[in-house]
Write a protein that binds this ligand. Structure first.
Ligand code: MG
Ligand code: MG
Length: 303
């Protein structure tokens, strides 16, 4: 039997929303990479509005290619597929291989965590004030897709993968909050539009640093700035394209804010909401890897 292609997946199904979240992540990464580390003013001067997947940027990325946000996610997802479930040693080894292959980019905290493991075999770093980057959050989508059957497994696996490189309470809270939002959109879309602002309000009540109304306007790789930007634009812009364009045009860590906005907006809109020109612009190998991995993650045995 041939594999189902994207256009045979029923609109509005779990598979449709899961795939749209993953393709949305990759599209936001590919689009945002062009303007990573630019200011909103620089972007407006150069592009007026940046809304085409053209590659380039400081990484000199080929058009349609993605960065560490997507490739680290794919490595994490593949480790779960290979282990047919959760195995942090499999995940650790997958990231070692990923780093050895010379990824186009790797954040400092991610690199330090992988190197720590290579040195002493430890699967968790100590609690660290400096671990408040967005690296654990940016790569957690495959855990969400592998644990749709169990909220407890989602939370446990998410924290385990996070602490491999980022051991920080704000990173943990953000990783769980945005993951739960994606789960809501995939599993219960009829109530997710009410649940999303409730979850955002709970996060802000627990950690007031995340307050994003009024929007402070910073979009750096610090977890607070990233989450404020993503939640502001996802809640403000119901349309996938408008949401991702507004997000990446804030510049700074635009590939990661774009990836996370694309993930949430994709889970919300399904494949139908994603512009065809962006799907076509994405590197075919990346799109195929995501399509295959989503099928495999959704088919993992329940724990
Ligand atoms: Mg990146
Ligand atoms: Mg980035």
């Amino acid at each position: 039997m041939s594999e189902p292609s994207a256009n045979t997946i029923p609109a509005g199904s779990v598979h449709d929303r899961a795939l749209a979240a993953y393709l949305g992540l990759a599209i936001g990464d590919a689009l945002g990479a062009t303007v990573e580390f630019m200011t909103p003013r620089e972007i407006a001067y150069q592009y007026r509005v940046h809304d085409q997947i053209t590659g380039g940027g400081w990484l000199k990325l080929p058009a349609g290619d993605v960065t560490d946000d997507t490739t680290m996610s794919l490595a994490l997802g593949q480790a779960m597929v290979d282990a047919q479930g959760w195995s942090m040693p499999h995940v650790a080894q997958a990231w070692v291989e990923w780093l050895r292959q010379g990824p186009v980019d790797c954040g400092n905290t991610c690199r330090r965590g992988i190197r720590r493991y290579m040195g002493d075999g430890s699967l968790e770093g100590p609690l660290r004030e400096g671990d408040g980057g967005n690296g654990a959050l940016m790569r957690n989508l495959p855990v969400v897709l592998a644990t749709l059957h169990s909220s407890a497994a989602f939370e446990r696996w998410s924290i385990e993968q996070a602490h491999f490189t980022h051991h920080h309470p704000l990173s943990d809270a953000a990783t769980l909050c945005l993951g739960h939002m994606v789960r809501d959109w995939i599993l219960a879309p009829e109530t997710a539009s009410r649940r999303m602002p409730e979850r955002a309000a709970q996060l802000v009540a627990q950690y007031p640093a995340f307050r994003f109304d009024p929007y402070p306007g910073r979009a750096t790789g610090y977890i607070v700035d990233t989450v404020q930007t993503v939640l502001h634009f996802v809640l403000q812009e119901p349309d996938f394209e408008a949401c991702v364009v507004a997000t990446v045009n804030r510049g700074d860590d635009a590939d990661t804010t774009g990836a996370l906005a694309g993930m949430l907006a994709g889970a919300r809109s399904g494949l139908q909401g994603i512009p065809t020109r962006w799907l076509k612009a994405l590197k075919p190998q990346v799109r195929q890897a995501i399509e295959q991995q989503v099928r495999q993650l959704l088919a993992l045995p329940a724990v």
